[in-house]
Design a protein around this ligand. Structure first.
Ligand code: GLU
Length: 257
């Protein structure tokens, strides 16, 4: 029994040593050694990251990540995608579970304290989506109404100023907020116009209010530490190259109708 305990202890020490080594490795060397970039993306935010009818992960952010992998590792398929949500993506990045986030992530001052952002690759504005027959025509009409937001996203702060009496409820995912709207459990969803259009495209009984109440930029995020520096520079270089060659414009044309 004692021998078994000692054996298990040695094994766990060995394994923790290994994971420490992975954690302490320079990110660019790790990515090159494993020949893949581990990317946090959305699975429920059409057309940026979503599962299509053939069960394949597709979208704008997926193509951006592939373009980066093509430039850093010479192969657009040298990526492993992991699902993230607005509330867990920074945690997954900080813990080393993913190497970068390409997930409709807005650059904000508070996030800049936690992660490093590349240059922007897409512009959006916060908007509100309602049912066509809801009688809601502007953000002012949201007072006393139930409004869904996605936990961990940036929409809440500005919305509270525009409609102080709105009953704001946080949902973990877009799919849950969307179901709540369809089932009458919420009167509106407040989020990025770019993501709301993805839902509208599939459901003509909804409408998006004309008002945009923020101006935001999506960017790729990577860790702020020294070990991510060289990797971050490569990502930045790759994104710039995609921009110069018109690849980002092509991706926009492919996904944004
Ligand atoms: N772009 C917004 C944000 O970063 C909302 C969408 C999202 O979180 O993915 O907070």
């Amino acid at each position: 029994m004692k021998k078994l305990i000692l054996f298990l202890l040695l094994i766990s020490l060995f394994l923790s040593g290994c994971s420490d080594k992975t954690k302490n490795r320079d990110v660019l060397s790790k990515v090159q050694g494993e020949n893949k970039i581990v990317v946090g993306v959305k699975y429920d935010s059409k057309p940026f990251g979503f599962i299509d009818k053939d069960n394949k992960l597709k979208g704008f952010d997926i193509d951006i990540a592939k373009g980066i992998a093509k430039r850093i590792l010479g192969d657009e398929n040298a990526v492993e995608f992991k699902q993230v949500t607005p509330s867990n993506r920074i945690l997954k990045l900080s813990s080393g579970e993913i190497d970068m986030i390409v997930a409709t992530m807005t650059i904000s001052q508070s996030r800049m304290n936690l992660v490093e952002f590349t240059q922007p690759y897409y512009k959006i504005g916060q908007a509100v989506m309602v049912k066509k027959d809801s009688g809601i025509y502007s953000t002012k009409d949201l007072n006393k109404k139930r409004v869904a937001i996605i936990l961990g996203s940036v929409s809440e702060k500005q919305l509270r100023l525009l409609a102080p009496d709105a009953k704001i409820k946080g949902y973990k995912t877009y799919s849950e907020a969307y179901s709540a709207l369809l089932n009458g459990k919420t009167d509106a969803i407040s989020s990025d116009d770019s993501i709301l259009y993805g839902f509208l495209y599939d459901n003509k009984s909804l409408r998006i209010l004309p008002e945009r109440y923020t101006k935001e930029n999506y960017a790729i995020a990577y860790r702020k530490d020294e070990k991510s520096k060289k990797f971050g520079e490569k990502v930045e270089e790759a994104l710039l190259d995609m921009q110069k060659r018109g690849e980002i414009t092509q991706i926009k044309r492919k996904w944004i109708k």
